[in-house]
Design a protein around this ligand. Sequence first.
Ligand SMILES: Nc1ncnc2c1ncn2[C@@H]1O[C@H](COP(=O)(O)OP(=O)(O)OP(=O)(O)O)[C@@H](O)[C@H]1O
Length: 362
Amino acid sequence: MSILIEHISKTFGQFQALSPLSLDIQEGEMIGLLGPSGSGKTTLLRIIAGLEGADTGRIQFGDRDVTNLHVRDRRVGFVFQNYALFRHMTVADNVAFGLDVLPRKERPSPSEIKKRVMHLLDMVQLAHLANRFPSQLSGGQKQRIALARALATQPEVLLLDEPFGALDAKVRKELRRWLRGLHDELGFTSVFVTHDQEEALELSDRVVVMSNGHIEQVDQPGALYASPNSRFVFDFLGNANVFEGKIENGQWRNEQAHIVLPKGAAQQNGQLYVRSHEFTVSETATDQANLPLKVVAINPIGAEVRLELSPVGWHSKDIWEMDLPHKVFDKKPVEKGQTVFVTPKAGYFFAQDAKQAEPLHW
Ligand SMILES: Nc1ncnc2c1ncn2[C@@H]1O[C@H](COP(=O)(O)OP(=O)(O)OP(=O)(O)O)[C@@H](O)[C@H]1O
């Protein structure tokens, strides 16, 4: 089922939670709504669901205008972060719930409901827990039951609000893959809310990046990472470090630090965004850059070592982060308190008032 969102806006009192925004979701797509807290993700999801009314605009599911349709008539499945299972019902009864409450003429027979529930429990690989109560399940199991329950009425649209937010990193990753598999197998359309960029990039066909009640960018994960269209998206996706430079003799200068412009770069003041893996590190300045930084922390993170670096003799809004493969770090280990020099290999440059970044390579 495709979903068309046109000029949807929402205010709570004086507060504009959503500015008029539009979005076209294809049938069978998995869309991630990504953004910082308060950016309007949940509000948009609730409006799609029919749990919240919009002030302006309209929503269409396929050819059906559902703008004024009650939540129960929209035929969407929901999954929330906090499972929302009924504590006094068994797992099987929880999954059957959506079918049990259907109006009589739409409700399948008790034996058909039983069959469907067992099929769903098989699908989420928890048939052996059918007679347990929610309190006897782990968080990951509860969330899979919540998903089975949401799918029981065979919705064509599945809406998920931070579905894995309360789970630990490993279970979260497993459930993500499993959800993606289920989505592809059953072919429904999914919209999920997350503030975890890794989750959004890994799971979505397209990511909708939101801030302050509007959409900043909609793109496939790879395109979003390669071509962020604003400072906000750049900051929000991936660890970007910012060097703010004034142009002087073909260099960007920031107090004692400087970077030589790459060939072809326009001579303008602005901000250079450099991702945390796009540097080299050395004990002295290079011909290309003099960017001294003091090592304030060294953290092994998975396959890489992350250095936290504080500028020496120049200013930056944030601590810089640099990710090095263990092999590179082990060859020439640095120590906490030491001053090192970094040299960018690539970056994106935002000229003073420009909205669009220019990709740069040295
Ligand atoms: N019922 C409400 N009454 C008043 N303000 C609300 C209401 N619901 C949401 N808001 C406000 O609207 C803004 C957007 O909220 P929303 O829950 O959509 O954000 P979000 O991006 O989902 O955030 P989070 O990641 O923290 O859940 C917030 O500033 C929130 O305080």
